[in-house]
Design a protein. Structure first.
Length: 281
């Protein structure tokens, strides 16, 4: 037990310069929080407590009107089953969009990630590629989807390409950071055999980062499964489209059914991804 151990002496004392740096960082965080307080509308946070009853009234619409009434419960479950049967096929499409968007992004992020790594590519290549990946990451998937909708029309393909572009920017950064932290011993060993730079990457770099890259890819697949549900709001396919229709029509039972399907699907993907990551790392 922590409190049953022998008394400990004071820990190592930090140098004055490091303590000053920590104090400046802490003060900076406080200043930023205060600076953004009004802009973030935090002065109105008291409304969360004051209007809590309104939130309860809204959430009550997702449940039977009269729980004590058998007829009300029966009608509610009928509507819920109907909504779930409608939502499941659309959720499958959403997952398929996430699968293809992530797959394309992983394939594209491998060369971009290598070209973004300072220990693999020259500086005149690294900086332009990194700035391009910054552009990919900074633009929201909804905006990218609108661009592709203009080219391919409404449907899942626009959602796939939107996820692919945005995720490529994210994964390329993560992949490059993994490459920059590798052990250079295996690379030097491959170089000592007279291998070309490409062979150094294939045999000295990729084997070290492949498990981590796979873990990053699985994590982004989880995120894309959630993001793909939102893309349907602008007609990029999937469950988001019928969710938007249900919310706009104030059809609470249908909305509840769709939300239940989304939660179950995302939870299942999360658990599957965790199991795969444990086996890889």
């Amino acid at each position: 037990m922590l409190w049953a151990g022998a008394p400990r002496g004071p820990g190592p004392k930090l140098p004055l310069t490091e303590r000053l740096a920590n104090a400046v960082i802490a003060a900076g965080v406080i200043i930023i929080l205060v600076w953004s307080f009004d802009a973030a509308d935090m002065d109105r946070s008291y409304l969360l407590v004051e209007n809590f009853g309104d939130m309860q009234e809204f959430l009550a619409g997702f449940f039977p009107n009269d729980i004590a009434s058998a007829a009300s419960r029966s009608a509610y479950w009928t509507d819920l089953r109907t909504g779930i049967s409608e939502a499941v096929p659309q959720m499958i499409i959403t997952v398929q969009i996430a699968i293809w968007g992530t797959f394309i992004a992983v394939i594209a992020a491998i060369p971009f990630g290598l070209l973004s790594a300072r220990n693999v590519a020259p500086g005149w290549v690294v900086q332009p590629v990194r700035r391009l990946m910054d552009v990919f990451r900074s633009i929201n998937e909804l905006i990218i989807a609108l661009i592709f909708i203009a080219a391919v029309g409404l449907g899942p393909l626009a959602g796939v390409m939107a996820l692919a572009v945005h995720t490529t920017g994210v994964l390329a950064k993560l992949f490059s950071e993994a490459v920059e932290s590798i052990d250079h011993g295996p690379v030097e060993g491959v170089r000592a055999t007279g291998a070309r730079p490409l062979h150094e990457v294939i045999w000295g770099v990729i084997p070290q980062v492949a498990p981590l890259w796979t873990s990053f890819g699985l994590y982004r697949f989880e995120s894309n499964a959630r993001s793909a549900t939102v893309l349907g709001l602008i007609g990029a396919g999937g469950i988001g489209q019928i969710l938007f229709e249900a919310v706009r029509a104030f059809d609470y039972q249908r909305t509840a059914a769709i939300v239940i399907v989304i939660i179950l699907a995302v939870s299942a993907i999360d658990m599957m991804s965790q199991l795969l990551r444990k086996r890889l790392l």
